[in-house]
Design a protein around this ligand. Structure first.
Ligand code: BTN
Length: 323
């Protein structure tokens, strides 16, 4: 987004309940009064509802519901996550853009959002269906000051807790299926993909992608997953404002990341376990053979903690769990 427009939205967003005069805007933005007027007209064309009161100035009453760089910025109330926002209409994958930007030294907290992904990817190289404007497809770049590579996968659990907290505040009964699936009423709503670039003993950067079905109706879901996937709309019967969902999740993610870096994983682990799918239940695990295991939580390293029927504890990392 062009710099002046970005600053204009920021000024107006900081004055949501009062008007700001054309003169003040022109001074702050270092542009003429008529240039301010032109910018305001452009915003109107984009669907912003603007109140213009003689002798008082401008106030945005409502931003458009459409997902765009400026509407995300309008709702954003984080300190750093997403403050640098890259918005794309269509991309192959926001993960790819994230890696590209990270290699070009993009800031910690940069977020890439797309309306549509043509080659969205999930874990284990699975395809991630990312239809235009129906869901949230975004990747965040993190540059932890110091994080051992083996701990990077914990960030998946940090993000899962952030999403779960957001959904449970909306009264949805959310579960996290280890390691990265967000479930509501037994169906998958969102997934997380954490990819990192590391040197031998420290993570250089992490690109953490979140895909969430938001306004999908039943037929919008790919027919192969219709029986096992859901969306916020399908769970609430209400069309969601994508900007608001995104900015709320970014706020939760920023907060959980700070907890993770500040006090460490154990606090996140406790939060995670409170949402754990099938905790206390018996599942099947496929390693060399198939065996029964009871889910008891997660280990400090983020691995799934299960016990077998002799009571022996196991760490599960990439084993296929037959939920
Ligand atoms: C999974 O459940 O397997 C993880 C899905 C992650 C999908 C998101 S959508 C935004 C980002 N870009 C991608 O290509 N993938 C992630």
């Amino acid at each position: 987004m062009e710099g002046t427009k970005r600053k204009l939205i920021e000024l107006l967003a900081n004055n949501k309940s009062q008007s700001i005069s054309g003169q003040e805007l022109s001074k702050q933005l270092n542009i003429s009064r008529s240039a301010v007027w032109k910018h305001m007209n452009n915003l109107k064309k984009e669907g912003y509802v603007i109140e213009a009161v003689t002798n008082k100035g401008y106030r945005i009453i409502k931003a458009p519901d459409d997902l765009s760089a400026s509407t995300v910025q309008w709702d954003l109330h984080t300190n750093w996550l997403g403050q640098h926002l890259v918005f794309k209409e269509t991309v192959k994958s926001t993960q790819l853009v994230g890696h590209e930007l990270a290699r070009e030294n993009a800031d910690h907290g940069t977020v890439i959002v797309a309306r549509e992904q043509t080659e969205g990817r999930g874990r284990m190289s699975r395809y991630w269906d990312s239809k235009d404007g129906l869901g949230l497809w975004f990747s965040s770049i993190f540059r932890p000051e110091y994080l051992e590579p083996k701990r990077a996968s914990q960030l998946t659990l940090v993000a899962a807790v952030a999403i779960a907290d957001y959904l449970s505040k909306r009264d949805l009964d959310v579960k996290i299926k280890w390691p990265n699936d967000i479930f509501i009423n037994g169906k998958k709503l969102a997934g997380i993909l954490t990819e990192m670039q590391a040197e031998q003993d420290a993570v250089q950067y992490i690109v953490l992608g979140i895909g969430m079905n938001v306004n999908h109706q039943h037929d919008d879901l790919h027919e192969t997953v219709q029986h096992k996937a859901t969306s916020i709309y399908l769970e609430t019967n209400e069309i969601q404002n994508l900007n608001q969902v995104l900015t709320e999740i970014l706020k939760e993610l920023e907060n959980k990341y700070e907890i993770f870096m500040g006090v460490g994983f154990p606090v996140i682990k406790e939060m995670w376990e409170a949402y754990a799918y099938k905790i206390g239940e018996w599942i099947q695990v496929k390693t060399k053979d198939i065996w029964d295991a009871k889910v008891v939580g997660i280990h400090d390293d983020g691995a799934l903690k299960v016990i077998d029927h002799l009571g022996k504890q196991h760490h599960l990392y990439s084993a296929e769990i037959l939920w």
